[in-house]
Design a protein around this ligand. Sequence first.
Ligand code: SF4
Ligand code: SF4
Length: 428
Amino acid sequence: MQTNFSLAQLADADTAESEKILRACVHCGFCTATCPTYVLLGDELDSPRGRIYLIKDMLEGDRPASARVATHIDRCLSCLACMTTCPSGVHYMHLVDHARRRVAATYRRPLLERLQRGLLAAVLPRPALFRLALIGARLLRPLAPLLPERLGAMLRLAGPPMPPSRVGLPQVFPALGLRRKRVALLTGCVQQVLAPHINEATVRLLTRHGCEVVVAPGAGCCGALAHHLGNSAPALAAARANIDAWLAAEREGALDAIVVNASGCGTQIKDYGFLLREDPAYAAKAARIAALARDVAELMAELGLARAGQPSGKRVAYHSACSMQHGQGIRRQPRELLEAAGFTVLDIPEGHLCCGSAGTYNLLQPAIATRLRDRKIGHIESLRPDLVATGNIGCMTQLASGTGLPILHTVELLDWATGGPAPAGLDL
Ligand code: SF4
Ligand code: SF4
């Protein structure tokens, strides 16, 4: 695509990067077929190609974001299905990230939206605050039908906080038997409040497979929540804090990997090198940390399951999170691990389409998110599975709000199949 930027505009690193991305697009429109919002809404401006035109126009004209641009950018899930489909290698993720920052900096949102976004940005990355907010939301839930849609969605989706787990605290878990690897584990923010058993299963699984697992002091939220809200400064601050924490852990012994068990966070950490490329103090360190990041399924595929599980007889519908399949290109490993662990793995029709979770999307765009969830649940239930497995806490919460099927993290099943406890809530 031809672009029209001045040299002064291209002196800005973000604009220069976006220009390169725009020039790679050949307007073929292949991406529209796999874009969830285009599939649902049928509006070209809610397709990747339409959004690319809107972003190009805004950036070239050096214009503040209009309400129209903000609407169509906000409706984008950042699911990245378009990147998987695009034959020209258009890096839509970096382009829409730039657009979100431009919207955040130049568009004044209606008051309710500003309040909601401010609340999410302040609460979600802080586990203690999030725990309190969940308790409050559960008490206020009966009021949900009386509130505006987006506030009601926040109350409806608020699950019960679980008792805190000691696994989230800084410490070192020694390998069982011969040490094969030394890894740092991101224990996250939202996940350790909603489902601390995921980190517990991850530690059991990794230590059983010869990993020493370090929970580094000072590591916390990966920054993705702020990043997707267009809030660059807190997102980069979170990245720098994690980099410092993991490099400090590395000074006490080489790290073979930084293990992430929420694929939304994994996509973010693998992009740290790009996000901090203009920071002379952090660029090299960020690239090093990004190169060490592995989804837990990637690491387990490398290690191999120590003991193949006995067939459990369970039929597992495997939901590949968008951040797993499109964001990180991890498709084969979780399925193969579940099969090696003795489960019958079922592929969900339209598996490339988002479930509507997408970070805070289900809170900010509840109507579209609910349509996507119900479509996904319909496909899942058509398979008549015993349970659903996935590798991202956001998808787990979203799917659980629409079905009575057990929704488990892949590591819970791998842990169970290799000697850990049976996951809670499973009909044995
Ligand atoms: S598939 Fe790629 S090249 Fe074609 S319109 Fe979409 S982003 Fe542009
Ligand atoms: S990221 Fe997803 S929702 Fe956004 S344009 Fe691409 S396919 Fe569509």
